[in-house]
Design a protein around this ligand. Structure first.
Ligand code: ZN
Length: 129
């Protein structure tokens, strides 16, 4: 992924949400040089950005689960960020397409984990990569 393909759609303080190569992502500027990092978000999180973009003042729950996901792209290394263990993941259901966020902190990178779709109840597996 190349961060230069990011399309910023909604803007908040030091953050934004938009689309990067077909995925909804959250952009946050990090460090003294304001280098961007991108994290996968669901369509629901994209739609509700106006509600949670000031959460750092009150309740960090949504922001916390987002920045503890896989960093899909950043401005330091445009090709492939070094994989690190991440604690939350977004999995699209193969039946209904709904995206469910799962806690995957104990799942090893490179292994499959079980997801129960929050919308239709379908059980499927997702690779933690
Ligand atoms: Zn489903």
């Amino acid at each position: 992924m190349d961060y230069k393909n990011y399309k910023r759609i909604k803007v908040g303080p030091y953050q934004s949400v938009g689309i990067l190569e077909g995925l909804y992502v959250f952009e946050i500027l990090t460090g003294i040089a304001d280098v961007p990092e991108y994290y996968r978000i669901t369509k629901e999180e994209f739609d509700s950005y106006d509600q949670w973009n000031t959460e750092y003042i009150t309740d960090l729950k949504t922001l916390f689960t987002i920045v503890n996901r896989k960093c899909v792209c950043n401005g330091y290394n445009r090709v492939n960020p070094v994989p690190r263990n991440y604690h939350y993941d977004v999995a699209p259901c193969p039946i209904c397409g709904h995206e469910t966020v799962s806690e995957v902190g104990k799942v090893q990178l490179g292994t499959l984990y079980e997801v129960a779709c929050l919308q239709c109840g379908n059980n499927f597996t997702k690779l933690k990569d």
